[in-house]
Write a new protein. Structure first.
Lengths: 509, 493
């Protein structure tokens, strides 16, 4: 019940916002803030109360029959992975509302309503235990995102919005075919099911149609492309820089912080957990096909990093660095061992926090200078010392400085991947070096050197902005020093996954 | 199964009789009433539809759940399937009449004829949904076609409308001639016009070698020309964009929903009751034929819709594409496919009529049907804009709106285990992605662009109420079990 409450509180908030008069803008913002704070409180409670010693789903609600003709149920529940990502989502909710407080100049009512709808979609996605429900929540995020980019975005917002929409829809229709195929294979007519735990059980039951490795390979591809567009994995990534550049700050934060994680979460929850046989085809380390997942991770890392190095637009740089960092998640998952998967999941959470910080920081600068050209600044360090300090923290975390959270996730992923794909892993470390290069170079160009006379009057970061950054900064430091705080949440689930994967890989050898 | 004689049948034929009576009453009333501006004629037509609906519900309770009746010596059949379509058609016609009242294009002088013709075409469609004899099938099809030609050309002052009627009639004549030839071939092969008997005899004559599979294939292809023309499937779709563009918008809406639904009723009854026996399916593979037609129809419809700037024409192509999606449910000739088509028709009725209604409102305001008229609609009338957005997203097939559930149902029917039609589902889904692009152009105009004019949008309270009638089902049908069981329980023998 609590979980459902958490998912649908933002939806109730949306209705409340829609009922408020358009003129009372302050009221609308406050209501939106309250309705995003409630899920955060629940998320913190769930995080604390979650029983870390068991791998199964907790806080279940359902299954409640929904569409009986297809045995579709409303069924939610969380494990350590979902609760971590839900905490991230719920944390970014109020932060984004605060970040939108002053810089959304038109239609604040529609903006907040769509944002709250988006939050319901994201929270529901991470909690859904019915494959159909999972898909509905996945798609539910599309429409608000399209409008949020298209109406409140930058100059090329229309192009960016429709590109985002078309790419994601393309991915999700492939997913829909795979989803229907899985449903039809799950049993005889009348006994078919969409229930994820049940499907996972059936798929690992030798002799059942779902366990057939050729079938698993095909549905794996269907789901994989759907999630790959979202992550995004090269070559499906081209919507991301456009969307990020045009989106308003808060929406970039959600996009990088949560929406990309929906892709990788789907890969873990569906592709790895439900179709390990399919996964094994692409990650057994045998030939090009057997290395393909790791190769995609590697390409993402190197390609994303080099692209970031070439950018002069601050926001585009952060966007490409996201592509690079998501590559570590793919690499870690491809490794299929405990260290790799733990690293990948950590990296998901850490990247959510760090990239959210980075986009917020870019937004702070943009609100003041009205451009994002890296070479157009210089010497801001003397003018805005607090801002410079926080930015440096975020940069260091993102480039993987030990002691901050980014390091742990990347290191675990790489160490895990080294066992399985040593050569690719060594090559992937290029990404880290390049990452350090572009962040340090940006730091130098924006904050060091002589102050550009145009910006002598630039105001320092204000209290509201600091308020949005501080919780994220604390998480970056805490997770850097004490990663166990997050790892213990999902270690049981990871053990589960790795035993399954290693069982299949050994059987194949 | 016994069939009822003529006089006995009349009892079950009351809904149809009422339509004819009211059509005549509308004409007479129009002669008597002096006030040309008054809407009374239209309300009389609505009363007629209401009475007919009541009569349908009564016949439904008489035949109960599993006791279909064959009327007029087996010419037409009253079963749940027919009743389903009759109710659907009544809803579509009622909506069309209400739309016509709002539309400012129509000539007030011809009101009487207009509404009488709408009742007459509904009568024809009732017959299409219930005919079980080749002869009756042809007659019902012609009744609908002839009245539709006049309705399409109803804007007497508009050359476009006359062109539409002319194109419609030319294509229609060729298509129905071809179909008649196909029907006569079938009659020649089996010696009977009754669909059920055809279904029994065809396997025998095929087995005995009297009829070759090729001959049957040719006959069926000819018949498909007639049916394909009604549902606007490739390659018999060419009339529809011009006709849809030229006809008055309410009639366009009517043709794209009611005419298509009636066409599907005919198609389903024809194939499900006449040509489903294993003996036939073994020798001629309709499945593949229909699958190819379905794939072409949706692809051609969607690709042609992409460059359109006239929203009416755009929706015309989109409705061709939707014909393709619907056909997908029929390729396997399974009961699951039948339910999926019926379910999608319910959803399609609401979302497509709703979209056309918004086009009427915008055309009333801006005087044109071009996409420019939609610019900045979100700020001029947020309610209408959000309603249109819901219809368009639902037509694309994105959750949480009903269109998604309808498509899901269709795709599930076509992917059914080991059918080998994964490719068709795949093409269908890619088409959904394509369709998003042009639907989103309207959304873009409404939400991302600013209005050319600053005047407030002209609409009335009652218009908004009528709009809500379409919005609410478009949002909720997918969530309600009743619609799944409704469409799932209907079977064809």
């Amino acid at each position: 019940m609590l979980l459902s409450l958490m998912i649908f509180v933002p939806l109730i908030g949306m209705i409340v916002v829609l009922l408020l008069p358009r003129e009372s803008e302050e009221m609308i913002k406050r209501v939106a803030l309250v309705f995003t704070l409630v899920p955060l409180i629940i998320a913190v409670y769930l995080f604390i109360d979650y029983d870390r010693t068991i791998a199964g789903k907790q806080f279940r609600h359902g299954p409640v029959p929904w569409i009986e003709a297809f045995n579709i149920q409303y069924f939610v529940g969380i494990d350590g992975l979902s609760v971590t990502l839900m905490l991230l989502t719920a944390l970014l909710g109020p932060i984004c509302v605060l970040a939108s407080w002053r810089n959304i100049d038109k239609g604040i009512k529609a903006y907040m309503a769509l944002f709250l709808l988006l939050e319901t979609g994201m929270l529901g996605f991470f909690a859904a235990l019915d494959l159909f429900l999972f898909f509905v929540f996945f798609e539910l995020t599309l429409l608000p995102m399209y409008f949020l980019i298209g109406v409140w975005g930058g100059p090329r917002r229309e192009y960016a919005a429709i590109k985002f929409f078309l790419y994601t829809l393309f991915g999700s229709v492939l997913m829909l075919v795979a989803l229907i195929a899985v449903y039809l294979k799950s049993g005889d007519p009348g006994a078919r099911t969409f229930e994820i735990p049940e499907l996972i059980r059936l798929a690992s039951d030798p002799g059942h149609a779902l366990a057939d490795s050729t079938f698993q390979m095909w549905v794996f591809i269907g789901f994989f492309i759907g999630f790959a567009v979202k992550v995004p994995i090269f070559p499906f990534h081209t919507w991301l820089p456009d969307a990020h550049v045009e989106a308003p700050t808060a929406i970039s934060v959600i996009l990088a912080g949560v929406l990309l994680k929906m892709g990788t979460y789907g890969l873990v929850r569906i592709n790895m957990d439900m179709f390990p046989e399919g996964m094994a085809v692409f990650a057994n380390g045998d030939g090009i096909v057997g290395n393909s997942l790791a190769i995609l991770g590697f390409v993402n890392i190197v390609y994303g990093s080099f692209c970031a190095l070439a950018q002069t637009d601050f926001k585009k740089l952060v966007a490409y660095s996201s592509i690079g960092h998501m590559g570590f998640v793919i690499l870690g998952l491809a490794a299929g061992n405990e260290l790799g998967i733990t690293g990948a999941i950590l990296q998901m959470f850490n990247h959510g926090v760090i990239s959210a910080m980075l986009f917020l920081l870019v937004g702070v600068l943009y609100d003041r200078a009205h451009h994002r050209e890296i070479n157009g600044f210089g010497g801001l360090g003397s003018r805005m010392p607090v801002y410079t300090g926080i930015t440096t923290l975020a940069f260091m975390a993102s480039l993987g400085l030990p002691g901050l959270s980014g390091f742990i996730g990347e290191a675990f992923s790489l160490i895990g991947a080294f066992e399985s794909f040593p050569m690719l892993t060594i090559l992937s470390t290029i990404g880290i070096v390049v990452g350090a290069a572009y962040f340090l170079w940006t730091l130098q160009r924006v904050f060091l050197g002589t102050l550009n006379p145009k910006y002598e009057e630039l105001p320092e970061i204000n209290g509201r902005e600091i308020l949005t950054l501080v919780p994220l900064g604390i998480l970056v430091i805490v997770l850097g020093i004490w990663p166990h705080f997050a790892i213990e949440m999902f270690s049981e689930s990871v053990v589960n996954l790795t035993t399954k994967m290693s069982g299949i890989l050994q059987a194949g050898l | 199964m016994d069939s009822l004689k003529n006089i006995e049948s009349l009892l079950y034929f009351i809904p149809e009789i009422l339509l004819v009576v009211f059509a005549a009453a509308v004409i007479i009333f129009d002669l008597i009433v002096k006030d040309r501006e008054s809407d009374k004629v239209a309300y009389l037509a609505l009363v007629g539809l209401g009475c007919s609906l009541l009569a349908i519900l009564i016949t439904n309770s008489i035949i109960g759940t599993d006791e279909p009746r064959n009327l007029f010596f087996g010419m037409i059949r009253l079963d749940e399937f027919a009743i389903f379509f009759k109710i659907l058609l009544i809803l579509a016609t009622s909506a069309t009449i209400l739309f016509s009242l709002r539309s400012e294009e129509l000539d007030v002088k011809l009101k009487g004829e207009y509404f009488a013709l709408l009742l007459a075409v509904t009568f024809g469609m009732f017959l299409m949904a219930s005919s079980t004899n080749l002869l009756m099938i042809f007659i019902s099809l012609e009744t609908v076609s002839l009245t539709s030609y006049i309705l399409a050309g109803f804007l007497t002052h508009s050359p476009r409308s006359s062109e539409a009627a002319f194109k419609y009639i030319t294509y229609g004549a060729v298509a129905s001639g071809t179909m008649l030839f196909g029907l006569s071939l079938i009659f020649g092969m089996t010696g009977t016009g009754d669909l059920a008997e055809i279904g029994e005899r065809l396997p025998e004559v095929l087995a005995s070698g009297e009829v070759t599979a090729l001959g049957l294939l040719i006959a069926i292809t000819f018949i498909l020309a007639g049916i394909g023309y009604k549902i606007a499937s490739v390659p018999f779709h060419m009339w529809s964009p011009d006709v849809y563009e030229g006809a008055p918008i309410p009639i366009t809406a009517f043709l794209s929903v009611a005419s298509k639904a009636a066409g599907f009723a005919l198609f389903l009854r024809f194939f499900y009751s006449g040509f489903k026996a294993p003996g036939i399916l073994d020798s001629v593979d309709w499945g593949l034929l229909l699958a190819v037609v379905s794939a072409l129809t949706m692809t051609v419809g969607n690709l042609a819709a992409l460059p359109q700037r006239n929203v009416k024409r755009l929706l015309a192509y989109s409705s061709i594409a939707h014909g393709g999606y619907l056909l997908m449910g029929g390729v396997l000739l399974t009961s699951d496919g039948l339910s999926a088509i019926l379910f999608y028709l319910i959803v399609y009725l609401f979302m497509n009529l709703g979209a056309f209604y918004v086009v009427i409102l915008v055309a009333n305001d801006s005087g044109s049907e071009m996409i420019e008229g939609f610019r900045g609609l979100s700020s001029r009338s947020p309610l209408i804009a959000s309603a249109m957005m819901i219809f368009l997203i639902s037509l694309t097939g994105i959750p949480p709106f009903a269109g998604f559930f309808g498509k899901f149902f269709l795709f599930k029917a076509v992917i059914d285990i080991d059918s080998g039609f994964y490719w068709l589902a795949f093409i269908g889904l890619l088409n959904s992605v394509i369709s998003l692009y042009y639907y989103a152009r309207i959304i873009k105009a409404m939400y991302f662009e600013s209005a050319d004019e600053t005047e407030s949008f002209y609409s009335t309270k009652s218009a908004l109420v009528l709009l809500t009638v379409f919005v609410i089902p478009t949002i909720f049908i997918g969530f309600l079990n009743i619609f799944y069981s409704l469409s799932g329980n209907i079977a064809l023998q």
